[in-house]
Ligand binder design. Structure first.
Ligand code: IPE
Ligand code: IPE
Ligand code: MG
Length: 247
């Protein structure tokens, strides 16, 4: 949220409170080995585990992972089924470990097109990990930054049409209350793997002042060490928020 206090703006020991990750490169990892794309996604689960462990070790409070975009529904059906089945496997097989680690899982996105079994698995892991206090893990699934903003605008327009809100009084926090991230601070650091320099419709509002780290590593090869490198890179940045020097 724009109004919540940002993390300290510089200093080598400052830890990003909220780290977001665009986990990219599974297909290329598989293609390099002449394996089906599915194997890349499966291997990517290991990197998720590594990243959670690293985030906890570094003292990160919130980790937001982009797992599946709205646009990813346009992939071949076989790949979509494989990805949904992997999400179910992840939710079942990691549940006890996540509880032990104190991880609270939330799955955020437009879950309406999701099949019932996957939805149930997702709800079960959310329920089981509800008490986690060490790390909040947001899995962004069937997520689109533009759709999220459009839905927020629609909700505000509805309030205005009812006379409950004067359009001239609309503030960032009014819009933010309709975002999936309504109770979260904005990400301090965004990591994208596989060397792609783009946002791909991820958290368009929330990333306004986020520091960006592009890693050349394909997601299945991403380790705790790579996460540490991203944190060290972040710690060298001066966050100015439009000022002449850091606030
Ligand atoms: C990221 O890997 C996972 C998802 C988008 C679901 P990709 O599947 O996009 O892998 P590449 O980019 O084709 O290598
Ligand atoms: C972004 O990766 C979405 C996720 C990581 C879930 P994509 O592979 O779908 O994005 P583009 O197509 O390279 O922009
Ligand atoms: Mg990709």
């Amino acid at each position: 949220m724009t109004n919540s206090a940002p993390s300290p703006s510089h200093g080598s020991d400052r830890v990003p409170r909220h780290v977001a990750v665009i986990m990219d490169g599974n297909g290329r990892w598989a293609a390099d080995r002449e394996l089906p794309r599915y194997e890349g996604h499966r291997e990517g689960m290991k990197a998720v585990r590594e990243t959670i462990e690293a985030a906890i070790a570094e003292g990160v409070e919130i980790l937001t992972l982009f797992a599946f975009s709205t646009e990813n529904w346009n992939r071949p059906e076989e790949e979509i089924l494989a990805l949904m089945s992997l999400l179910q496997i992840y939710a079942h097989s990691e549940r006890d470990e996540l509880v032990e680690q104190g991880v609270q899982v939330k799955v955020l996105g437009d879950l309406a097109p999701m099949d019932r079994d996957t939805l149930e698995a997702v709800r079960a892991v959310e329920e089981a990990t509800r008490g986690g206090r060490q790390l909040r893990l947001n899995l962004m699934v069937s997520y689109s930054g533009r759709t999220e903003l459009l839905n927020a605008v629609r909700s505000l327009a509805r309030e205005a049409a009812l006379g409950a809100l004067d359009p001239d009084d609309i503030l960032p926090r009014h819009l933010e209350q309709y975002l999936h991230t309504r109770d979260l601070p904005d990400p301090d650091l965004l990591i994208r793997t596989s060397g792609e320099f783009r946002i791909s419709n991820f958290m368009l509002w929330q990333l306004a002042y986020t520091e960006i780290h592009i890693s050349p590593v394909l997601w299945p090869d991403f380790t705790r060490g790579h996460f540490g490198e991203a944190i060290r890179d972040y710690q060298r940045r001066e966050r100015r928020f439009g000022r002449v020097t850091a606030p």
